[in-house]
Design a protein around this ligand. Sequence first.
Ligand code: AMP
Length: 585
Amino acid sequence: MTAGGGEIIKKLEDTTRDAARHQSETLRYILQHNGGVSYLRRYLGSYNEPVDADTFRSAVPLSRYEDYADYINKMADGVLADENDGGRPLLSVDPLTCFFYSSGTSSMKPKLIPYFDSKPAKEISAMAHQGSFANVGRLFPPRPSANKALWFLYAGNVAETKGGYKAMAATSSPLHNDPKGSSSSRLLSACVSPREVILGTDVEQQMYCHLLCGLRNSDLIHSIRAPYASGLARAFRLLEAKWERICEDLENGFPAAEIITDAVMRESVSEILSGPRPDLSNKFRAILREKSWEGIVRKLWPNVGYVRCITTGTMFQYYEKLRFYARDVPILGGDYFSSECSIALNFDVLQPPELTRYTMIPSAAYFEFLPFDMDRCCCSGSRTLDLSSVRVGEFYELIVTTYRGFYRYRLGDIVKVVGHYNSSPQVEFVMRAPKTSGDIVTERDLMSAMGGFRVVARDVMLSAEVTDFTSFFDLEAEPNRLKIFLELKDGCAQSEVEMIRTKLRKCCSRLEDDLGGIYKVMKARGEVSSLLVSIVQPGSFDSLLEMAVEKGVPATQYKPPKILRDCKLVEFLEMSAILTITADS
Ligand code: AMP
């Protein structure tokens, strides 16, 4: 680890020693700095600014994205101040640099998050990212002979708002906002893929090129990474499907034009391939032809130290498959960040997802914790606790007041407090909060029921492997009905449909039984009809990603939704269903 890395980790640890003080200083700074903005003056106008934490929490209501949408849309159109309020800045006094697209999971409509040029926010975010980097570097120091990351990044999607601001993924911003800056060049020099691939605009082609570059320089690969486990699972699926083509490209020394249609990307990859390499191609063919995917990571990348991605929350479903590909190669967990602000760090990255705890960063934002009742699946009232008052074992929705214009904002994440690191709480990521009181299954219910279903399906359905799933609660149906859509790795051949239908039925009643307390009660009361399960064509979930990316969702941050709320997407999945059964049929 570099001396700088050690210092940063120490600094971060120091902030956890006196978490309460850091929290009050953070809030004081935010209110002193931004207390006069139009949004806050609506609630704090009658107070002499700046107010204290108690006044802030009693006067300013909890808020959701919708409460900011008008302000944000105005800013995107280029209006930064409220003309009806003496020209006050809308959300922040800091200059607006650009917007981030956050992933907007269930509706797959990205949210625009304003990125104000806030010095303390930049400092803490840089410290958190560098600390995270140093923490991993301390465990797995790169060697000069193996110092590259096969990093599945897709940073090309940049839109422009009507007011002329760029809108992009938070993860892409160093590459676009400061293309010649140190963090941008650090990122690019760490990656085995060229800039043109990272900044491409076709996810499938980019993924293919990442793999091709990663194999061309396989001995240099020290880590394999993606922000989220779903991204890595998808990349390995592509490798399984396209390895022959990839080997051919290695042999030829350039990617085939019919596969990589983007000429810029093709040229840059050809440069990396630097001529025909039949030796490499033969070596990889010999390995891949075996189709023995267990432990493939080490077979292809002999010097790899680790695989890294977020494996908690809905990403947990991909963990087992990644373990299969990685075997002896450790899978390190990621941190807990959002487009709105940094939240918490994973200091113990070697822990598996079920034991992963995130340590809150007390200077990243002002945090409040809204008690969440797991049995009733809703928040208990609107009284929040501060970071020093949370209780171990309790569940909370996270509320943030950020340096960048969100005030008592419901982030929509449910966490469980599981301990403390010095005086800062450590949390487990539990799930996205239910959106409405009408939600009868939570992400967690569904994940746990599908965990059981996968095991049964593997036994009963001749080792059928579920690659992805999602659900939709149909309020138009009489009575209302839950639908679950599954994709199987090898699809379901026409000749097998009847056999699979019979076998699937056996698994579905068990699945329905596992769907959580609220579902059970409603089912018993006849308020929901039997669960409907559809198997969709292979590739349907990739199409969902493509549709989301078309709407502006950043591919790098995409999280396949577990609870769908967009009827168009549901219609699409219904159209691609190969077979559908009801749990009691
Ligand atoms: P985005 O704004 O697109 O970066 O998405 C941020 C959201 O991703 C968070 O609010 C969480 O819901 C989810 N997320 C981020 N980090 C993690 C993590 N370590 N585990 C589970 N979910 C995460």
